[in-house]
Design a protein around this ligand. Structure first.
Ligand code: URA
Length: 263
């Protein structure tokens, strides 16, 4: 299948991307976030598709460079499909813009976590590389995200993320329909906390391994929306600020990177 034609899951192909086409994408888990980025921050934003709820738009950054705002969906299997197809249509830099739960008391809701690497406990990643293969972010993008956060005055933390397959069991939530949390998962949050892991989310580990294997640049910035040292719930009051902080920082880096690539 030619990548010029619409690809099966993302619903658009290379030919739909315009000229010059974007090589940089911001990838949100939530389609509404992908739409919001395009509508609020991009010039001449144009919706590409909404296939399976996976919103994708293309538009221009303030410096005129093209940017794709796309949706991964929830979790690593969905992300792996979307990312594979984004690379087929020519995307070479992917910054995940997500949300996460902090497992350290100093990482507060409203701030952002920039993942330098992930402890990857994800089944999809095992179809891409051996379990021991490092799930590591592009170091240059990671530093650029930290510098942009500092410049923009966004409270940020750089470190290791636990990237897992489930929101409830894998993140040791007791308030769940599952009456039996596996013994292997009981106490895992405290163990990770002691290992200086900053947060839980559900996509970066597989994204990072794909970046290593496929040869594209991958990074991840997440707004903190839960404080797991205090409770299991999402702190809804912090969500808007956390997400907007993550988006603004990611956009600043997308602009630098698209410029560097001379597109
Ligand atoms: N996303 C997660 O995976 N966990 C949280 O606690 C919040 C967002």
């Amino acid at each position: 299948m030619s990548a010029d034609q619409p690809l099966y899951h993302i619903g658009f192909g290379r030919r739909d991307l315009g000229d010059p086409p974007p090589t940089v994408a911001l990838l949100s888990g939530d389609p509404e976030r992908a739409r919001h980025i395009a509508e609020r921050y991009l010039q001449d934003a144009r919706k590409l598709s909404e296939n399976r709820g996976l919103h994708s738009s293309v538009g221009r950054l303030p410096n005129g460079r093209p940017l794709l705002s796309a949706t991964s969906g929830m979790g690593a299997p969905s992300l792996s499909i979307v990312v594979n197809e984004l690379v087929q249509v020519g995307i070479r830099t992917i910054i995940r813009v997500g949300t996460c739960g902090s497992i350290q008391s100093h990482v507060r809701p409203g701030s952002v976590v920039i993942s330098s690497a992930a402890l990857c406990r994800q089944g999809a990643a095992n179809d891409i590389a051996p379990v021991e293969y490092p799930a590591v972010a592009d170091p240059f993008l990671t530093v650029a995200l930290a510098q942009a956060a500092r410049r923009l005055g966004v409270e940020h933390h750089v470190g290791i993320t636990a990237s897992v397959d489930t929101f409830y069991e894998g993140q040791e939530r007791a308030a769940s329909a599952n009456p039996h949390l596996l013994r292997a998962l009981r106490g895992i949050t405290e163990e990770y906390r002691r290992l200086n892991i900053l947060n839980y989310e559900m996509e970066s580990g597989t994204l990072f391994k794909m970046g290593g294997v496929y040869g594209f640049r991958a990074a991840c910035i997440c707004g903190v929306i839960a404080q797991r040292t205090e409770g299991e719930q999402v702190v809804l009051e912090a969500k808007a600020v956390a997400v907007e902080n993550a988006i603004r920082v990611a956009l600043a880096v997308a602009e630098e990177v698209a410029g560097e690539e001379g597109i």
